[in-house]
Ligand binder design. Structure first.
Ligand code: NAD
Ligand code: DAU
Length: 356
């Protein structure tokens, strides 16, 4: 068990990062400080953590609006908070956006990770008790056929600018371990879902379109397969790794929960219909097959037996329960959705952070 005191979480205003900050404060016995470094792109929303800020802001929780590509800003934050542990999530994360505009994916995901690694190599004069955990994706492994699973030994074969940039960052992180001895761990996770996910990814897109009674866009033949994991289970796995993971080692995290997109969309239609008192088939008529994503990976499936056997982690949420929690959250948290959709969160951020 590592002794963690001052944790820097990059990308803590995003979907997984904000859930991770909440998870650490509410579900673990951590007693130290968390610094959330986030530049607040369109996907970053400090409003997701307003409750945490109210409770712990200024004592155990600190928000720093900064860009991971800005070395001077990163250096200053490391010094100011005496950071001993970094959990690196900040990234451009949406595959479709990486196809229409890859540049930010290269500069943030590759150069940004490089900047952090360089800053830590110089700031940590002694690596004892330090850790850099890199949060990555199963997309680095490419696409599976009908059979098989990604293991930690599967060769990298990225197909989109997003996954290529994440692959490059993974290689850099391992290179810093082998070359400089920087203490790192790395995780590659499958598709997350849950509260606070920006409505551009499959599950929140479908829920929002249903509520707006708009067409539900299913790419290609709808038979692409993803392995879905509730975000809380991803975060419990990351917490397990940073406490007990072996330095220099990679861990696959997944739901062992493969779904064809079209079957998942059908399920979501049924859940939303039931929650809103409609006929089971009410929303299915909105399903519309649209042009496929270029280079669309066919199937992802994770073998997470290393996490289970070596670190004793397992998923706590089944898909039925997790999807119901997610749908209910989107139905009950319209203020968050409206804020995200309207850009009003920028005003909120100015009022709550810039005046501090
Ligand atoms: P997200 O897009 O919701 O959040 C990303 C966050 O990073 C945002 O708050 C954004 O403002 C911040 N950010 C972007 N560029 C930055 C920069 N230059 N400097 C500082 N902050 C910056 O993403 P997410 O879905 O929460 O994913 C988080 C991490 O987990 C990513 O590294 C992603 O590759 C990885 N991951 C995601 C999934 C998934 O299903 N969402 C699965 C596996 C791995
Ligand atoms: O596998 C992990 C990855 O999962 C993460 O690394 C990425 O950050 C995250 O965005 C996610 O990538 P995907 O491309 O798999 O997620 P997305 O939600 O965009 O799409 C899931 C599947 O649904 C995919 O096969 C494309 C399809 N899709 C997506 C959207 C947004 C549709 O059919 N219609 C849609 O409108």
């Amino acid at each position: 068990m590592r002794n963690l005191t001052n944790i820097l979480i990059t990308g803590g205003a995003g979907f997984i990062g904000s859930n991770l900050v909440r998870h650490i404060f509410e579900k673990t016995d951590f007693t130290g400080r968390i610094v959330n470094l986030d530049v607040l792109t369109y996907a970053g929303n400090p409003y997701s953590l307003s409750d945490i800020d109210k409770q712990y802001g200024g004592s155990r929780y600190f928000f720093e609006k900064a860009d991971i590509r800005n070395r001077a800003a990163v250096d200053a934050i490391l010094v100011k908070y005496k950071i001993d542990t970094v959990i690196h999530l900040a990234a451009e994360s949406h595959v479709d956006r990486s196809i229409t505009g890859p540049e930010e994916f290269i500069t943030t995901n590759i150069n940004g990770t490089f900047t952090l690694l360089e800053a830590l190599r110089s700031f940590w004069t002694d690596f004892d008790g330090k850790l850099f955990h890199h949060v990555s994706t199963d997309e680095v492994y490419g696409s599976l056929g009908n059979e098989g699973f990604f293991t930690e030994d599967t060769p990298y074969d990225p197909r989109s600018p997003y996954s290529a940039a994440k692959s490059a960052s993974d290689h850099l992180v391992r290179a810093y371990f082998h070359t400089y001895g920087l203490p790192i761990t790395l995780s590659n996770c499958s598709n997350n879902y849950g509260p606070y996910q920006f409505p551009e990814k499959l599950i929140p897109v479908m829920i929002e379109k249903m509520l707006d009674e708009k067409p539900l866009p299913v790419y290609g033949d709808g038979k692409n397969i993803r392995d879905w994991l509730y975000v809380e289970d991803h975060n419990s796995a990351v917490w397990t790794i940073i406490n007990d993971g072996e330095t220099g080692r990679s861990y696959n995290i997944g739901g062992e929960n493969e779904w064809e997109n079209i079957k998942l969309v059908h399920s979501l239609c049924e859940i939303v219909a039931k929650e809103r008192g409609k006929e089971a088939d009410y929303y299915k008529k909105l399903i519309t097959y649209v042009k496929d994503r270029p280079g669309h990976d066919r199937r992802y499936a994770i073998d997470c037996s290393r996490m289970k056997k070596e670190l004793g982690w397992k998923q706590a949420f089944d898909f039925e329960g997790g999807l119901l929690l997610t749908v209910k959250w989107y139905l009950e948290n319209r203020k968050w959705i409206d804020t995200v959709k309207s850009g009003e969160y920028l005003n909120w951020m100015e009022k709550n952070y810039d005046e501090r």
